[in-house]
Design a protein around this ligand. Sequence first.
Ligand SMILES: Cc1ncc(COP(=O)(O)O)c(C=O)c1O
Length: 384
Amino acid sequence: MKNYQFLQQKYTVNTYVNRGITFVRGEGVYLYDDAGNKYLDMMSNYGVNIFGHGDKQILKQLEQQLRLLTTLHGSFNNDKRAEASEMLIKRSGQSYTNVYWCNSGAEANEAAMKFAVVATGKKKIITCDHGYHGKTLGALSVTYGEKYRKPFLPLLWHVEFIPHDDLEALKKTIDKDTAAFIVEPIQGEGGIYVPDKNYLKKVRQICDERGVILIIDEVQTGMGRTGSLLCSQQFGVEADILTLGKGLAGGIPIGATLINNKVSTVIFKGLHTSTFGGNPLACAGVIATLDKIEGSLLKHITEMGSYFIKELKKIKSSSILGVRGQGLMIGLDVKIDRNNLLKKLQGEKILAIPAADTVVRFLPPLIIEKKHVDLVISVLKKVL
Ligand SMILES: Cc1ncc(COP(=O)(O)O)c(C=O)c1O
């Protein structure tokens, strides 16, 4: 057998850590390595594979579309793109009017910022400490972290960082030049921080009073992850611009930027386009995905999430600093070497991912069951 790990490490640009396993296949909530070992997937590729691997309904629609038409430029119309757009707009709330399709979360945020600038004629953007919005240059401009930003400073436009969940800081930082405030409803990469339950509503009020575009980044929290299609729906808030990605197309690369009337009225031809944006294959994935995210799945996510958090909180260990999360977006904050803990879990055939410096992040497929949670808890008890 070829040494695929060696080949990948030799020939790909080395910007990723190497987790040291070669996966060749997925089935349900499991991933299989090249030696046939089975791993419990508690990270779903950073939140992408929301129905696990090889879901039959998703596969069927993707396979059908693969045979019909895979890509089609946005200057032509397409049945799947039209249907996916209508479905997403209708399911997302009352105020969104249009969707811009692209291919990743970072791209969705790039579009969001361009739209906000055009809608306001201003360029200052406010963002949060520990926020994550992607690593392309525009998205990086509003992403926190010296490590990612330093080589590229000054980055774009005028960006100011404020603490998350801090309304006074937002009020103080908004000025006559402010175009937008971009915020995650729950911070993911930054360490799974859930704000006060009224935070987003008050942010909405402040943005309205001060004429600032509110961009809500639901790339990680969206698509059922926290127990509702969008996390912002649980907080009772609609953005002016909402961004989505990850699991939106059932595992096919995708990004989406939803806008309301305030923004759609200023959009002009050619402002922003992408060759692959809204390709029929991804749009077939969106339709299949939206069909599957319904009441009973959302209830399951809420129940499983509460159970997982409750069981994590029951673990008695001086190594644990805290447990945070909502739905199946969960962080275990630890005092010990976090990467070593991830390695130990991997050694026990359980896959989780990092967040911030001290958090083990669980973004499992939304279909996990109690028995999978119980296994993780028993292994955690052992390795802690
Ligand atoms: C909240 C949030 N925004 C944006 C992104 C960037 O998405 P992508 O990696 O698809 O560019 C991520 C990725 O983790 C994210 O969590």
